[in-house]
Design a protein around this ligand. Sequence first.
Ligand SMILES: NC(=O)c1ccc[n+]([C@@H]2O[C@H](COP(=O)([O-])OP(=O)(O)OC[C@H]3O[C@@H](n4cnc5c(N)ncnc54)[C@H](OP(=O)(O)O)[C@@H]3O)[C@@H](O)[C@H]2O)c1
Length: 319
Amino acid sequence: MSEHTMRAVTIKEFGGPEVLTVEHVARPEPLPTEVLVRVHAAGINPVDWKTREGQGMAGLQTLPMILGWDVSGVVEEVGFGVTTLSPGDEVYAMPWFPRAAGAYAEYVTAPSRHFARKPASIGHVEAAALPLAALTAWQILVDTADVKAGQRVLVHAAAGGVGHLAVQFAKHLGAEVVATAREPRHAWLKELGADEIIDYTQQRFEDVTGNIDVVIDLIGTRDDTDARSVSVTRPGGLIVAPNGVSERLATVAGQAGVRTTPFLVEPDSAALTTIAGLVDSGEVRIEVERTFALEEAAEAHRLGETNRTRGKLVLTVTS
Ligand SMILES: NC(=O)c1ccc[n+]([C@@H]2O[C@H](COP(=O)([O-])OP(=O)(O)OC[C@H]3O[C@@H](n4cnc5c(N)ncnc54)[C@H](OP(=O)(O)O)[C@@H]3O)[C@@H](O)[C@H]2O)c1
């Protein structure tokens, strides 16, 4: 282990936000084909607090652990065999997922090819907000559902981290986008390209839309959203369920001839390069609602867990 130390948000036991504590720990060193990256900002995702409380990816972790998967930073050192990155390069990534990446820290190491060049037109805070949410939206729309121009895509939780990117990627692919969100988010989602926006607190979405080809269900069983989505989906259409396919959804969808699939995001530097291009061309925007210092990770989790975030929350690590 390195003689250098670094600040990191560690958890020694699973539990509430209070288990997040900043400590000085050994700085990791890059193995052959890995890079050491100085983290400027670390994005926060629901899987972070789910894992913190013993759900999410907790079963795959060993305690103590450093939470966090989304990184934007600068390459500090490269291990033997790294050919595509050099010290000083600005990079972003969701390395190692679902193994621990330790992004809530001043440094991370990971295989160099988990990283992509950060979008040049945005800062580290915005770049750190992108990887997990953007890869989720992209891999669902492009790899899982193969969305084509003219198809109708319904995005539940369109105002959140994944949702607001899914709206923009679906538009980029030429789809017609239907979004669910509370009314204060509607003008913003319209600007991002949503064609129909439904205030789910005022109307049942199945009363006002239909003939959907692909549903991105970022809600799941809450309010029976997953099973209710079947009635708006055309026979042969697809419901993608990142929170899992419930038994009820499988049954109702099976009866209606609607396909369902669970989904888990994967590291994907090629997709991150494509996404960086869309950001740099101005076609896609990333929304960061608020930033927090490493020491404020618990407060950030408390806010995230209210499930009301517009876009993303990000930890600033090094300026
Ligand atoms: N399997 C995977 O690979 C994977 C990857 C990424 C995310 N996920 C999961 O996907 C979900 C969304 O992730 P995220 O990062 O986008 O979360 P997020 O940013 O925390 O989502 C917050 C948003 O949810 C909206 N919302 C809450 N209840 C709603 C409802 N009943 N209908 C419509 N919108 C609602 C809120 O919008 P309003 O203010 O309009 O209510 C808020 O903007 C999480 O459960 C996460 O764990 C899974």
